[in-house]
Ligand binder design. Structure first.
Ligand code: NOJ
Length: 530
């Protein structure tokens, strides 16, 4: 596969470090714990590990509030631990992707501490400070992603500072070149240590309207929605100048070989595409969250795959995401039968797949009793269903008291409702979801058509979603049933083939000719004859 790079033909696995493996008995996962579990990831067959933030942090937003970009929080370990982990990941033939959080720091970061001292502080302009509006209120109407005004008044200097997230997460001023240089140095610190790339947090937020104009009212707002949706985010993010900032970050990565820049971007397809940058000098992979946000409907998903493929800039590499630490678990959303179909879809679409830890064993939303809620979003906007804790619970390794995650009470509750929902049990069972993921990942490695082949749309109707993947002499038909009743997919006259893999584990190896019956909740990979 020399013609493609690792981040193109490989699969990314996201680890939320607090919840993967605890090695020191404090109930919170750590870097050494991840290292101990590397044999599992090798067995599973993923190619790169993305670890959510482990930098020193007061943990107001569980690490997305960084107090030092160039160190490790003692909860997670030390710089030696990350070096050891990185060395072992590389020894295992995998890559390491860090989470980079450049939009905001913690309010405890020394830069902000210095910035807030006085209006004349040399770091004042590193953040976004403004005088109150004439009535003494916030400088504009922008709303925080976690609810409430996005402006916090600071008594000491009589000005407000802007925070797109918590007030403990002040936004940096990326229009200031000194901020850019300092952050480039942080990138180089990790690149020099050998990390293979970054997932950049809320990259579309980095630049705000130069005049900080009010956002317009959203006429479609409904009260059950998050407060942020009261307004249309016209001026607070996705500004044209952001692309220059991203191109500069990309240029830092280009000083090294084969590193990857992934952007977290929640935008519709047409706006997402701009994040590949002019001449593809932006993010290598602007995260594609379409599958997370769409109704699970075959016609709808078929359209969005076609639309996404058609919108990609020439040479832009696609990618697909099925879950992350901010979204409800996919197995919960779709149910266990369709979670298998979703696995097959993720790992057969054209583009780099990102898998969220635990989705491979079908982890679901774990109920969190009110007294154990951790997520600051839930604390700010309670009871509306925004709690992210249920999707961040400890990885279920076995069926012991603390599910093999820790020998102490874990920081979030563990799930004991389904005895088979753990790695140890599913590894033994060839019909489990975990075994399906492992087989799909193996097949994806063996079959170039699946990892880097062309995507060819196939006409189907009802609950059937079908497409082909093709590469030098390999011609694979992917046919999925997103519904609960069997359908027959008609193929072009004279078409024959053989079933390579079935979600339900039925009829593998069977020959097909002219048409194929696709039972409810089935997904098939069929090798077509020439
Ligand atoms: C996006 C991250 O994925 C989320 O977890 C975090 O709360 C916000 N950015 C703020 O950093």
């Amino acid at each position: 596969m020399s013609e493609t790079l690792w981040w193109q033909h490989g699969t990314i696995y996201q680890i939320y470090p607090r919840s993967f493996q605890d090695s020191n008995g404090d109930g919170i996962g750590d870097l050494e714990g991840i290292r101990q579990r590397l044999p599992y990831l090798t067995w599973l067959g993923v190619d790169a590990v993305w670890i959510s933030p482990f930098y020193p942090s007061p943990m107001a937003d569980f690490g997305y509030d960084v107090a030092d970009y160039c160190d490790v929080d003692p909860i997670f370990g030390t710089l030696e631990d990350i070096d050891r982990l990185s060395a072992d990941i590389h020894k295992a033939g995998m890559k390491l992707i860090l989470d980079f959080v450049p939009n905001h720091t913690s309010d405890r970061h020394p830069w902000f501490q210095e910035s807030r001292i006085s209006r004349d502080s040399p770091k004042r302009d590193w953040y976004i400070w403004r005088d109150p509006a004439p009535d003494g209120g916030p400088p504009n109407n922008w709303i925080s992603n976690f609810g409430g005004s996005a402006w916090q008044f600071d008594e000491a200097t009589g000005q407000y500072y802007y925070h797109a997230f918590l007030k403990e997460q002040p936004d940096l001023n990326w229009r200031n070149p000194e901020v850019r240089w300092a952050m480039h140095d942080a990138l180089r610190f990790w690149l020099d240590r050998g990390v293979d790339g970054f997932r950049v947090d809320v990259i579309w937020h980095l630049i705000k309207d130069a005049e900080l104009r009010d956002n317009p009212i959203n006429p479609a707002y409904e009260p059950h929605q998050r407060e942020l949706n009261r307004l249309l985010e016209v001026h607070s993010c996705d500004q044209p100048e952001v692309h220059e900032v991203i191109a500069e970050m990309r240029a830092v990565l280009e000083e090294y070989d084969e590193r990857v820049l992934i952007g977290e971007i929640y935008l519709p397809i047409e706006r997402l595409m701009a994040y590949y940058g002019n001449d593809l000098k932006g993010a290598h992979l602007p995260f594609n969250f379409q599958l997370l946000q769409s109704a699970w409907d075959a016609r709808h998903i078929d359209n969005l795959i076609r639309e996404y493929e058609a919108a990609l800039p020439e040479g832009g590499w696609p990618n697909w995401v099925l879950g992350n630490h901010d979204q409800a678990r996919i197995a919960d959303r779709l149910g266990p039968a369709q979670a298998r179909v979703a696995a097959l879809l993720l790992l057969t679409l054209r583009g780099t797949p990102t898998l969220y830890y635990g989705d491979e064993i079908g982890m679901v939303q774990v109920p969190i009793p009110p007294e154990r809620v951790q997520d600051p979003w839930e604390k700010n906007e309670p009871g509306l269903g925004f709690n992210r804790d249920p999707a961040r619970t400890p990885m279920q390794w076995d069926d012991s008291d603390h599910v093999g995650f820790s020998n102490a009470e874990p920081w979030l509750p563990v799930d004991h409702r389904a005895p088979e929902r753990n790695v140890a049990t599913q590894k033994q069972d060839h019909s489990s979801l975990l075994s399906l993921y492992q087989r799909l990942l193996e097949l994806r490695r063996e079959r170039k058509a699946l990892s880097i082949g062309r995507y060819v749309s196939v006409t189907a109707d009802g609950d059937i979603l079908a497409f082909r993947r093709e590469s030098d002499g390999e011609n694979l038909l992917i046919a999925l049933n997103l519904g609960g009743t069997a359908h027959r997919l008609m193929l072009d006259e004279g078409t024959t083939g053989r079933v390579l893999l079935s979600c339900l584990g039925r009829n593998e190896g069977a020959e097909i000719s002219g048409s194929v019956e696709i039972p409810a909740n089935e997904g098939l990979i069929i090798e077509l004859a020439d």
